[in-house]
Design a binder for this molecule. Structure first.
Ligand code: SF4
Ligand code: SF4
Length: 465
């Protein structure tokens, strides 16, 4: 018997996209990434607009149709997803030096060697950077310390941390991103004393991969980073120390070994970051670069192995999946600056060079095009400059084909990557390896979240959000 189609409340269709999952299931997806999963019979009815009560409820819940019941929720989705446009810059990244003691093949910052001159932050500019960030409308800000290798100018870190302590009216969260090879007990004690426990390092996998990607003239950078990961966790209480894994051509055959290295060091998550043609990575592309499809194969193996290990009682989540699943599963504020639209560049984050120049975001700091001002200017003039506003407008991707893509609710668009790979801020999507890769990743994640791995993925999501 066909389902009763009368006495259905009034409704109108929202904008939606169709994604065929397999021969049995079809997904309807809204621009905010809400999803209704229909079986083939329901989809046939839907196409004929034969909407019975069960189908009606399914469509209403996913906002595929807008009714009296869900109208205010849909309006709230807009408020939540675009709230970051009005909230001010929360992530202020300071680079105490643009020198570095390693020679990583993919350095997006284009760091110079340790003997280079004029690349260190001085005390006066450091104070100006702190005072500049203090004008953010946010009550809480994150001050991330990057580089170069930031510990190569540790006195500048001490100086800005101590100066920030004299200022009132904001809560400040400190994060340090370091290769750990210059870490020592004095620095570790300073971080501990100032409750700076949010430390993130680079760990590209086992020694044979890490040392090839991240050469260090003093020996094995892998041995040093492992020594300090263990020491900071065990002796200094840095329980949540984080690590990022950059994936180069050297990494591609070692998906399993890379995950095993993370597990051996006690990590419960891994973020395998695809190589981006920015800075030195662009110059070394022939040597370390690959196609999006190569990364996809690697990432799929990593994801499957993380799922297997989690199922076998050694939990480890793959973080790019977790971030995307977060977008698929619920509409919530954009906390991650690169996973929002518009993205966080010049809106949620900015990056300060040692000379006080301000860039839209950290990945942009090697490209003069993305400079939006200097700490000598007023806060307002920097963040309302044409350069800053253009970045916000472009990264919203509202004018592009992205807006008509079925994955628009989960996807993000990076103007810096587009500029560095295509020489233009407006992407040529048909030629865009990153777009091809994301489409393949979203399709696989949708398969998994509506398939047998659903429980593990939802568990990761629960534990990581
Ligand atoms: S970048 Fe590609 S996958 Fe992402 S929304 Fe645009 S067209 Fe879709
Ligand atoms: S421009 Fe790219 S790297 Fe910078 S915040 Fe946006 S998405 Fe992230």
């Amino acid at each position: 018997m066909p389902e009763e189609t009368i006495s259905i409340p009034k409704f109108e269709f929202n904008k939606y996209f169709v994604h065929r999952l397999n021969n049995e299931q079809v997904l309807l997806i809204t621009s905010f990434g809400r999803i209704a999963c229909l079986d083939k019979n329901e989809f046939a009815d839907f196409k004929k607009q034969k909407i019975g009560k069960v189908l009606f409820k399914k469509l209403e819940k996913a906002h595929i149709i807008i009714t009296k019941q869900n109208r205010s929720l849909e309006i709230n989705d807009y408020r939540v997803r675009y709230g970051h446009v009005c909230e001010g810059v929360s992530l202020h990244i300071v680079n105490p030096t643009m020198r570095c003691n390693q020679s990583c093949l993919y350095c997006y910052a284009n760091s110079s060697n340790m003997n280079a001159k004029g690349l260190d932050l001085d005390e006066k500019t450091g104070k100006k950077i702190v005072a500049f960030a203090w004008q953010s409308t946010r009550k809480e800000i994150t001050r991330e310390v990057q580089g170069g290798e930031p510990l190569a100018n540790f006195p500048a870190i001490e100086s800005i941390v101590n100066y920030a302590k004299t200022k009132k009216g904001k809560k400040i969260h400190w994060r340090i991103v370091t290769n750990l090879t210059l870490m020592d007990e004095t620095i570790a004690s300073f971080l501990q004393k100032n409750k700076i426990f949010d430390v993130c390092t680079s760990l590209d996998g086992p020694k044979k991969v890490h040392d090839k990607n991240r050469p260090w003239s003093n020996g094995s950078s892998f041995d040093k980073v492992v020594q300090w990961i263990n020491c900071l966790k065990q002796d200094f209480g840095f329980k949540n120390l984080g690590a990022l894994c950059t994936v180069t051509k050297n990494s591609l055959p070692f998906a399993k070994e890379i995950v095993d290295t993370y597990l051996e060091l006690g990590f419960q998550d891994i973020t395998p970051v695809p190589l981006r043609k920015i800075g030195l990575a662009g110059k070394n592309w022939e040597k370390i670069g690959y196609l999006g499809s190569d990364y996809f194969d690697f990432w799929k193996k990593t994801l499957d192995y993380c799922i297997k290990m989690t199922r076998d009682g050694k939990p480890i989540s793959e973080q790019l999946s977790v971030l995307t699943l977060g977008k698929m599963n619920k509409v919530e504020p954009n906390y991650h600056t690169c996973f929002s639209k518009p993205c966080g560049a010049a809106l949620m984050q900015c990056s300060y060079q040692p000379n006080g120049d301000i860039f839209t975001c950290d990945e942009a700091k090697a490209e003069p095009l993305f400079k939006i001002g200097n700490v000598e200017q007023s806060y307002k003039s920097v963040f309302t400059s044409p350069e800053a506003l253009n970045m916000v407008s472009i990264s919203s991707s509202l004018g592009f084909a992205c807006n008509e893509c079925k994955f628009t609710g989960f996807c993000r668009f990076c103007p810096v990557l587009t500029y560095c790979t295509q020489g233009s801020l407006v992407p040529m999507l048909a030629l865009d390896e990153d777009c091809k890769l994301k489409k393949a990743q979203f399709s696989l994640l949708l398969e998994k979240i509506f398939g047998k791995d659903n429980r593990i993925l939802l568990k990761w999501l629960d534990e990581n959000t």
